[in-house]
Design a protein around this ligand. Sequence first.
Ligand SMILES: [Zn+2]
Length: 428
Amino acid sequence: MVTKITNGMNDWFGWFPASIFENDTCFFIPSMANTCVFDTKEGLVIFDVPIRQFAQKTFDQVRSFTNKPVKYIIYSHGHFDHAFGYGPFIEEIRKKGWDMPEVIAHENCIRRFEKYEILGKYHDWINKQQFASVSGRGQDAVVSAHETLNPTIILKGNDSSYSFKLGDVNFEIYHDIGETDDSIWLWVPEKKTICTGDLMVSSFPNIGNPFKVQRYPKDWAIAMEKMREKNAEYLVPGHGRLIEGTEKVRDALSITGEVMHFVHDEVVKRLNEGKWFEEIYHEMLEIYPDKFRNHNILRGIYGCYRFAIHATYRLYHGWYDSGNPTDLFPAKTDEIARELLKINSEEKYLEHAKKLYSEGKKQLALHILDIVAKGTDEKNGEPLVETLELKVKILKEKVNGETSFIAGNIINNATHQIKERLKELKKN
Ligand SMILES: [Zn+2]
């Protein structure tokens, strides 16, 4: 049984209808991530194609609006929900004998596709973990990255940009690193529209994702400021609903930029004060301002503030993060647990964990339970079963109180594994 952790995520997943704006010339089509189609006299410009599973549905929706040929496809970045659902569009072009479209991306997008080739199975595993509550735990990959439609117009280096005109409409494309190192965003002045890709996702930005490579808070904040200068009336985010109205667009961009500056600058200040990760992390939790905590755009439903602290620390710091030389070349945690169990019995640890739990100290209870979970011989069935049952109970309560979809899935996946272990233990 797969637990659904989609609270507040309906918009993020695009579970709302497509819409048309700016005098019926812009089509906004949600399908997990958002696709935006600009209808010009000379043909269509598509900003982001959907995840492969929704390609046909999105194609059919585009074709219910217009029959014009696709001239340009722009990838905001190379993630599977933004650059893989091109199939039906290309098939149509081949069938009708139209010219192939230009495909625009940053050069790092090509490197990303190469990375997916060498790390295909690993990325399948990551995506299954991250999206377990909606994709299930079956064997099917969320998407196979082995087939790609490669870019024909490639932005190179930092601060790169590219512009073109189609049917009297200007399209300005800018590269700024943020969620990824291949991010690009689009400004269409005649349509007063900005397409941000995942630099905006109707949640706290997905920075510091526990599974993913480095993200860039400072540059992300600067990208938000550059976008704000455009004074757009419409903002098409990578996920979530269209943001309409100059004030709302400016507010969304401002607060997102501001929180990125905040988390970046506060972590940097503490690094300069000689603090290690644990101290920085817990201090940062204490000082998080309510204006960010309570802002609708920054709800931690996908990414979250806690992850952002990790992202900034990791940007400037190596893997030795505790300042304690014991941790430099540590022993195995199950060996440490076995030694602790020589000092006191499983029953004593379990009793103490129960006491902590009854006092509402759930996280501390988990640490104590792990000594029994890791250090007990499987033959010592009873305290181990009780330990794992209490751990499952606490983790379930944590999932219920967890706002972040990603964190919820991580905890839920682990809970599922513990339950499987419990089944085995009870059999023997
Ligand atoms: Zn996305």
